[in-house]
Design a protein around this ligand. Sequence first.
Ligand code: TA6
Length: 289
Amino acid sequence: MAAKVSFRTGQGGLPLVRVETESSTAEVYLHGAHVTHFQRRGEQPILFLSREAVFAADKPIRGGVPVILPWFGSREGKPAHGFVRTMKWDLLEVGLPNDDAVRLRFRLPEVSESPEAAEWPRFVAEFEISVGYTLEMELKVTNVDATRDLPLEVCLHTYFAVSDIAKTEVMGLRGVKYLDSLAGFAMKTETEAAIQFAGEVDRVYINSPETVQIVDHGLGRIIEVAKSNSLSTVVWNPWIEKSKRLTDYGDDEYLRMVCVESGNVKQNQTLLKPGQAATLGVAIDCREM
Ligand code: TA6
């Protein structure tokens, strides 16, 4: 079958782009240039989307791939994880390089009406998504301010679907230093070859450029998260108590997801001089065990 791209009205009346290729389907909302769905034909979805996710112009979507910039995490009096994930991005280009791939290129309008954007050095962002047998994403941020340097944290905050968190392991981070968000961002070192989950985990691994694997023993599959120009990896599962506190997230949904996020945050943040750009790439693949 030839690849197909269609434009639809999604949840909350928000516009989305639906992609259908020979091997997969995907959906991307213009709101936040937010990938909410990626699934290979005949397989379980690879991305997790909360059944309680809110689709509204002023709210981030819970699940999929939130695009996080220009800062990561919470900041006093500001929206957590920056302001671009609730902005409407423009779809600039749709490409069909072959029968089994579709390329979408989004651009963030240069200035947002949000007060946070106005005070920030001017920047533009472009987000290219390639949908096929794999899901590949590339986020480019350029400092277009005349004079000011742009302090930049960037992250593709990807929510992955798993069969059962108790049968899930994250591999590839042994020996890597991380900030433990649950211990006041204390610096620790990962000792496990396979990270398992028996409670909330919220860790920012720094200087971690390597590919990370999500081993799903329940589904008998391994999701591979390969990165380019990304030194930070965030691993997060909210577990029970935090799940209950999140209004856009089912109390039991921690059982079927894990976030493995790719970016440059905390000690890996960058400073872009006027005219400089930074590009972050993530490629998501999946194979049977
Ligand atoms: O990436 C981990 C994290 O920073 C967690 O601390 C948790 O806050 C999560 O992001 C979700 O953040 P959000 O603002 O989307 O609710």
